[in-house]
Design a protein around this ligand. Sequence first.
Ligand SMILES: Nc1ncnc2c1ncn2[C@@H]1O[C@H](COP(=O)(O)OP(=O)(O)OP(=O)(O)O)[C@@H](O)[C@H]1O
Length: 745
Amino acid sequence: MREEQQFVSGLYARLDALREEAESAVQASLAQVGNGSQARLERDVMVAEQSGLLAAFDAGENGLCFGRLEFRDGRDHHIGRIGIRASDIERTPLVIDWRAEVARPFYLATGHTPMGLRRRRHITSEGRRVTALHDEILDLSDTTRTGHEAADADEVLLAALDSARTGRMHDIVQTIQAEQDRVIRAPHQGVLVVEGGPGTGKTVVALHRAAFLLYAHRELLAKRAVLVVGPNPAFLGYIGEVLPALGETGVLLATLGELFPGVTATGTDSPAAAEVKGRAEMADVLARALRDRQQLPEPGAPMVIEHDDGELVLDWSIAYEARDAARAADLPHNLARPTFAFHVIDALTRQLAERIGHDPYGGPNFLGPDDIAQLGKAVAVSPEVHAAVEELWPTLTPERFVTDFLAEPTHLSDEDAAAVRRAPGGDWTSADVPLLDEAAELLGVDDSAERARAEAKWQREVAYAQGVLDVSYASRTYEFEDKEENDPEGAEVLLAHDIMDAERMAERQEEADHRSAAERAAADRTWAFGHIIVDEAQELSAMAWRLLMRRSPTRSMTLVGDPAQTAESGGVGSWREILAPYVEDRWEYARLGVNYRTPAEIMDVAAEVPRAAGVAGFEPPSSVRSTGVRPWARRVDDLAVAVADAVAEEASGVGRLAVIAPRALHGALAGKLPDVSGPEGEVDLTRRVVLIDPRQAKGLEFDSVLVVEPALYGTSDLYVALTRATQRLGILSSRELPDALASLL
Ligand SMILES: Nc1ncnc2c1ncn2[C@@H]1O[C@H](COP(=O)(O)OP(=O)(O)OP(=O)(O)O)[C@@H](O)[C@H]1O
């Protein structure tokens, strides 16, 4: 213990020194007043480099070093949250990043396959103080004993699973299990589907995979960012601290409703509306609705346009030909509009020229090409002509178009149209966001001038950044050990050039724009992410998948979900169905089978629900632990009073409690519960007691859970609600209990 404490203290001293170095480097460079370009270059290099380091140093503050590997061949490595090197000339690695290949036996080695290990040690600490060691001997011929040999190999894991919850998800670097490690480090670059029952670690594993990918492909992903899509804002808040705790900040967390910049989805759809809006054929419906917006005057009822040089008659055939030409260009609606306008203007100009230059005696037209050009210019700038073009081929924004469509839904059956119909001015919903995105694709944005300007600016930035890199070449190093092919131990020092190319540097340099790639991605609908992780992927509709696939042209994605927990009526049935249109059958599948959250006593009860409902292919995960505490159920008359009593009883214990109840009951329940977070405003998961509905409970967990009036839930909602507890589960009902739960009474 003393030896490890000494080592860990030395490590923190080094961390402090590195942090101080980075901070004073930033301070010193910011204070530089030199205005020569050389000084500016150096300052910018310094600030850009050091800010990434500082985020990682902060991450290292808690549980910096949590493991040690002693190999049979004498190698001996400490494993940590980040890699750190000594200040000596060789820059000896002191602690190895958990993501480095050399750290892998920490997660995978077993007595059966020791991977060269003699001994594996888990180091537990509080702050900077080492509090416990657990050793496992993997080489049976090794007779040395330290006195820290663990009786149970899973002691550290079980302690982590048993600990009281804080309302925030924590990282699991110290206790990643072998089946999870294989998912986290899966070499597959394309679509990886991870399926597993409740509590199997799908979410936490996906987040660690993001951290791993950011490590393994740092250059690409720092530039293109990683997107994590989760089901609701409370869930994103719940998982939001995991990646920063791993030193990674280049990640955008968003719900689907947040993926159309400029639109905030605050409304909710009826299940029927969400289902219709999510169907794949909506893409076609919108395309047809848009064609309807490309109109013609009625035959025989032309538009008559007042013009200085005489009346212009825009009739059916002029518009028809112009529309044909514009559609033939095969461009999005707004980008095809100039073609339509050009053809209309051209035809009206010819009409005018024929009238003005007409020779009553049948000779050739009096007007020469210059006169006609003159006439054409006047027609082209006429506000009346523009108004007519706008009427026939309107410039549309996605918001305008979708609002109009929802006000008067076309190309849908009467029943479907009635489900989605909404008066203009209503709130946007999450199911509208994929429609808006589809509309944006169909409409296109005429941003050619904007793009040309941006490109010119970009070229200047890249040239500048190249200069910065030339100055910094070989003069600065990253302190981390990092993965390097020619160094299996990951002991190569990384040069500025290796981690930052001119383009990425330029991205960082955009003076007015100090945002990270993730921040810029959030504001850009057409951003192509380096990798996308989708949690609760089973909930997404076909239209939502279209949106996500547009954000991932490389199809580098990790999708996690559990079909048995599908709640949304728009959710797509099978992975094959979801993925076939985009990657055919080129995707990998992994399954997690152990439940780390819910004790066996609770899981046994919860599994009865899908089983009784005959959910096809249902296979419950097996719980890794049992607590000896059986779930209970009570039939009560006054629900609100019974809930308040049960909360008072439960809340005296440690940890956090959730009351999961149908929304309609929230008003009545909240009146009797003191200081509960939920019914109004944001759900604050760090409160002792939280009142939520089954949908909000998705993906979350609590020490203790009270499920209220389960008879009112659908199968998957009830299954989700029953699998949220890490310790205790109680059920309160004023009605007959669903059959699957009746035995609890
Ligand atoms: N290897 C591990 N070590 C420690 N804790 C773990 C491990 N794996 C999972 N857990 C814990 O188990 C709990 C469940 O994990 P997570 O929420 O990722 O599961 P899930 O599969 O997404 O569940 P659900 O589908 O029910 O939302 C979390 O508290 C997580 O930290």
